[in-house]
Write a protein that binds this ligand. Structure first.
Ligand SMILES: [Zn+2]
Ligand SMILES: [Zn+2]
Length: 333
């Protein structure tokens, strides 16, 4: 392989790139930009693609699909199985639906699709030698199980009054909504730290390599992880032990982590209707991580990569910085 190509530019060129440099989210920036921050929080990319859809999923889950909390006081197969099947159904419906839409029926063609590469097939590195089957297996068998396990822990704790705080949304409607807006930002910072940890060689080999089998990503790739990674990745929900929350926050938090990962890996920037972007899905920032590995460990909501010097904003300078960094590493060995 040509040395100059060692930073990932040897891979097929992008089918689509957003405008470069990748624009950061103007919420955690210095100096503060309050007007831009509020505009972002109320934008198509955040309010209409994150808070409203995931708020509705969580609300529907609580109102219609959750066994009564009183039943959750003792561990029983029936209500736990009901929650697992509910989560599996939600996941397959949305993530599987996105796969059918983009990749089986090709409803959007290549419009706003980042990678031109096909999914891996007939390759021994994948379970059943097929990338999509491999991704479905890890997502549903390990992912949905551990997602459900965290929910079971919270429902059981609420049922037994073990968590001292329970937020009544009728008494604290503003706080209730603010938590929903804050969860993806908290997750962004948490994700940066655990993701760096997962790139520590022993953990990478044991766990994170399962997710990185996917160079060209699709909806099923996002939540395709080793069980150890699922356990670490979903641990951000434990923050709700520390302050008053409602089961809707727990559902929102975990659904955002699980289903949101599927959405952020579709490989399409947005879902379009009549050619116009409607729902924001996948950031280019994370596509670069799948191609290069050693940059963009976080996401754009909280600029952790900028803070810690691992940001790749898609510019030629960033490509050469990555390349030089790799050469320096090779030279040092
Ligand atoms: Zn990923
Ligand atoms: Zn990674």
């Amino acid at each position: 392989m040509n040395k100059d190509d060692s930073a990932g530019q040897d891979k097929p060129p992008w089918n689509y790139q957003p405008s470069i440099p990748i624009e950061g989210v103007p919420v955690f920036v210095w100096p503060p930009r309050p007007v831009a921050a509020i505009k972002y929080l109320l934008s198509r990319a955040y309010l209409f693609s994150v808070v409203i859809p995931f708020g509705l999923f969580a609300l529907i889950t609580w109102a219609y699909l959750q066994p009564a909390i009183t039943r959750c006081a003792t561990f029983e197969f029936s209500w736990i199985a009901q929650m697992y099947l509910r989560n599996l159904m939600l996941f397959v419906l949305i993530v599987g639906g996105l796969h059918l839409y983009f990749f089986a029926f090709k409803r959007q063609g290549k419009q706003l699709k980042f990678s031109g590469q096909a999914f891996g097939r007939d390759d021994r590195k994948y379970f059943a030698r097929d990338q999509v089957r491999d991704n479905v297996f890890w997502s549903c068998v390990s992912g949905v199980t551990l997602w459900t396990a965290y929910e079971v822990f919270f429902m059981w704790s609420y049922a037994n009054g073990l968590l001292p705080f329970y937020l009544d949304w009728r008494e604290h409607p503003v706080w209730f909504v603010l938590i929903l807006f804050a969860i993806p930002f908290f997750d962004s910072a948490h994700f940066y730290f655990i993701h760096r940890l997962l790139h520590w060689k022993p953990l990478y080999r044991v766990a994170h390599a399962v997710h990185h089998r996917n160079v060209s990503t699709g909806p099923w790739s996002g939540f395709s992880m080793h069980p150890l990674e699922h356990l670490i990745y979903l641990s951000n929900v434990l923050i709700h032990i520390l302050f008053a929350s409602h089961p809707i926050h727990i559902f929102f938090h975990l659904q955002w982590n699980a289903i949101g990962a599927g959405m952020s890996h579709t490989g399409y920037e947005s879902l379009t209707v009549r050619g116009k972007p409607l729902i924001y899905l996948s950031p280019f920032h994370h596509q670069l991580h799948h191609r290069l590995y050693n940059c963009n460990y976080g996401n754009s909501l909280v600029p952790m990569d900028k803070l810690f010097g691992s940001d790749h904003d898609g510019t030629a300078e960033a490509w050469s910085a990555i390349r030089n960094g790799r050469r320096a590493k090779v030279a040092a060995v």
